[in-house]
Design a protein around this ligand. Structure first.
Ligand SMILES: Nc1nc2c(ncn2[C@@H]2O[C@H](COP(=O)(O)OP(=O)(O)OP(=O)(O)O)[C@@H](O)[C@H]2O)c(=O)[nH]1
Ligand SMILES: [Mg+2]
Length: 146
């Protein structure tokens, strides 16, 4: 257990955080709105999108991230723009990885834009994936040692 990385997933509502967790865990993909911070499989902390959308909850995200080794910022490739402010990652004293989700629905240009938002937010390594088709997920799992 000790050498396993624990990640916390942060991103706006419907970004695809829970779906990505389900895919990583080889679970059936089932939509359910995340209502509260939840620890999945001892290795992933899933958070509700509202926590990043509302500044009043940022403190809770910072406290939650203290229990993780890596903060994963999740950006939907099909979103027009981003909710991550520039340098958002500086709130967290943790390594930051970016994940672009919904690659299966997006154009290459949308994926590139989403990567740019994640870079501006402060993500160092960035992956593009789909929690529905699973593309890009093995690379992420390998990188994070999940
Ligand atoms: N096609 C496609 N749909 C996706 C993908 N990821 C998520 N979705 C869909 O997007 C919707 C929201 O996904 P969730 O994983 O619940 O999003 P979330 O980030 O956990 O949202 P909150 O719990 O509200 O914070 C669901 O209907 C998913 O099926 C993806 O990679 N590809
Ligand atoms: Mg969720």
């Amino acid at each position: 257990m000790e050498d396993k990385t624990r990640i916390v997933l942060i991103g706006r509502s419907a970004a695809g955080k829970t779906t990505l967790c389900q895919c990583i865990n080889h679970e059936e993909i089932r939509y359910h709105k995340t209502q509260t911070v939840s620890l999945i499989n001892q290795s992933m902390i899933d958070t509700p999108g509202e926590y990043m959308e509302r500044r009043g909850f940022w403190g809770a995200l910072m406290v939650t991230s203290a229990d993780a080794d890596v903060v994963v910022l999740v950006q939907d490739a099909t979103e027009n723009g981003t909710m991550f402010p520039p340098a958002y990652s500086s709130m967290f004293a943790k390594p930051i990885v970016g994940v672009v989700t919904k690659k299966d629905l997006a154009t290459e240009e949308q994926v590139e834009n989403a990567k740019k938002y994640l870079r501006l937010a402060g993500a160092k390594e960035i992956f593009a994936a789909s929690g529905v088709t699973g593309e890009g997920v093995p690379e992420l799992v390998a990188h994070l040692n999940l």
